[in-house]
Design a protein around this ligand. Sequence first.
Ligand SMILES: [Ca+2]
Length: 554
Amino acid sequence: MKRRWISLVLAALLAVTASACAPGTTDMPPASSEISEAASGVSSGTDKNTDSSTSGGALPLVEPGSETLTLLTYQNWHASSYYDADGGLPIENKIEEITGVKIEWECVASGDYETVAQTRLAAGSDLPDIVRVPKGAAGLTTYSNQGLFINIKDYMNEQTTPNLIKMFDENPIYEAYCVSPDGGIYGLPHAEYDINNYVVMWNIIRTDWLDTLGLSMPTTIDELHDALVAFKTQDPNGNGEQDEIPLGYQNENMFGLYTMKHAFGFNNTDTWSIQDDDTVQFDLADDKFLSCLTTLNKWYQEGLLNTTVDGSDSDMLIAQDRLGAQTISSMDNVIGKNDSVHLVNEDGNYEFIPLLANPDYPDNEPKLNKRQSFHDYYAVTVDCENPELAVRWLDWVYASEESSVLRYWGFEGDTYTVENGKKQFTDKVAKADTSAIDVMREIGGWPNFVGNENGECFMAMYVDSYCEQAYHDFKDVMIDRVPISIGTPEESETYSQKWPEINDYVKESVINFINGNKPLSEWEDYKAQLQTMGLQDIVAVKQAWYDRMKDIIV
Ligand SMILES: [Ca+2]
């Protein structure tokens, strides 16, 4: 009975993880909203004026039902609620009502999406009006240079795109991620920027095991080491067996141990960093990283690290009350892990480990990198017969506060209420049997088309949970990643030709250095090989991206 219950819970956890997971990001969900209640048009929809050529932000954008746009995008993450279902989903229907624009959906399962979308774009004819561009920023470069997308900037002005202009003014990073090297705007990125100011994604540890063994939360790399040794040798799960695995992996599997580099003189937790002089650096080829690898290799030899390189047994180890610490979990998943361990040990509790100090690097003050905040672009194709309308539709759906409320909070009185100007989800969402985000996706919320996810709304799903504590613990040390932005055709070609191979080689080498399959004495060979493979060219591309972006933001 117990076993069945565990497997049900695990299945539910997996379902949540899968549904919350956007490709190109790590393991976490989205979110949204800030928003004024004065959502002009949300309640009315039809009583406003509408000359499509001049009305700008007025709603509806056109005479209701007079215009249709086709949209090629991912299917809803929800297991059974589809954007292209007969009758539509409540939130998309509301968008149609407000904008007056009918959407003809062409939805593809995420696993098939790149192939389908690439095939459609390769054909170069009979394209949908709006498309989620495959292959991220590189895809946008490729297809815009083939002339398949209109320049949205040609239609941008106070009349046509008041919401986008306001968004760019208030948050220049959006503009920085939109503008191509030629100055045009060929797509709007799926944004997890705002939500990522809230989402902590970091390494976790069993705090109840620390308590049991009389240890404090580690604050230095040596204290973490000693805690892992105690986990291994002092039977914290109390079953009389030495069956604990001190440190395992989630995202990026064993390679995710690179995050320990923050305790070895690096200023961040990612593989790339910005130095004080504004140069971009690939940290995993910096000699300081050899010290990190040397330490991890020692930990491996001491039996402190899980030998399952892909981390595939982590969920099982957690559910068996056997895993002491784990790399790279997002904060909502920490809650899921605690639910899982509670089935066998009601005291079981994972929390994030603070960023660790190291006396060898006394002045280092590392920061925690957020998740990648922008990925996948939405573009208007040259086959669109009414590009101005498509741009106005994107302007309202992507960038307006009213749309943000509708798409991420849903319907006032039904999925959320407002008290003293503060929104909160109703029990229908917050106390449902499934995750809050799944309830919202069932009605078309938290969409994976034209997303722009807001953290306040995300946090409202986790009121009084560990997420609140985690956010407060880490909000002051979180920084953005080195950007992956829209390149020139040359940059894009260099990046797509060289980076995947380099990336694979780095991951394989890091794992082999740690588990001893590659002697640490081969560090210099590793660095030389990276140069041979063209790492310096990738560094130059990333530097150009960063410099252009900085110019727009400053
Ligand atoms: Ca034990």
